[in-house]
Design a protein around this ligand. Structure first.
Ligand code: GAR
Length: 209
């Protein structure tokens, strides 16, 4: 059984996709230990409660400085006893001490085809605004392992999504979620649960079933 702790900041639709795939039996041998949100009162925490998954808030506003928040986040992740940390729309830079405590054991979903539209300032709707401004014809989503830099760790899964002429950032965000994110994130967790992922430098290898 792979125990995962899912970190969220807002709507939690990616969290919901994981919950749904566990409940319908597609995602086997996976248990959500806990959901951690950096924001209070978000929909993601309601989704956790509805699925009887423990949810906690670790908010920067409850700590005197960033270092104290970082330490609290690490302590909560360790307390949850998880094997894998899943960043599912967690809009917080992961501090180095967390990366070092969970080497090769943190994955993130990003709403673009890395290395496009990623790094500092590229999160949530902004990613889709920039993709439309730049006029790319294809975007998508990426699941990658987290290292000490932003959106730079080994890529595990990617899926492309076509951009349409009449897309708005909101319409595109929704389609990237529906066509890519909600499929990729549970699939990535499933591959890790089955022991089928090897990290080789900056690359990953997916082993046959
Ligand atoms: C998702 O689109 C996710 O890819 C993105 O935030 C959204 C969260 O939605 N994450 C990032 O931009 C990380 N850089 P959700 O709360 O409904 O899952």
């Amino acid at each position: 059984m792979l125990r995962i702790t899912v970190c969220v900041s807002g709507g939690g639709t990616n969290l919901q996709a994981i919950i749904d795939r566990i409940q319908d039996g597609t995602l086997r041998d996976v248990e959500i230990a806990e959901v951690i949100s950096n924001n209070r009162g978000v929909r993601a925490l309601d989704r956790a409660a509805a699925a009887s998954v423990p949810g906690v808030c670790v908010s920067p506003s409850d700590y005197p400085d960033r270092e104290a928040f970082n330490d609290a986040l690490l302590a909560e992740l360790q307390r949850s006893g998880c094997d894998l940390v899943v960043l599912a729309g967690f809009l917080v830079a992961i501090p180095p001490q967390v990366v070092r405590a969970f080497p090769g054991r943190i994955i993130n979903i990003h709403p673009a085809l890395i290395p496009s539209f990623c790094g500092k300032g590229y999160y949530g709707l902004k990613v889709h605004e920039r993709a439309l401004e730049r006029g790319v014809k294809i975007t998508g989503a990426t699941v990658h392992f987290v290292d000490e830099d932003l959106d730079s760790g080994p890529i595990l899964l990617q899926k492309a999504v076509a951009i349409r002429d009449d897309d708005t950032p909101e319409i595109l965000q929704r389609r990237v979620m529906e066509e890519a994110e909600w499929e990729l994130l549970p699939a990535a967790i499933g591959l890790i649960a089955q022991g089928r992922v090897r990290i080789e430098g900056r690359r990953t290898r997916i082993l046959p079933a």
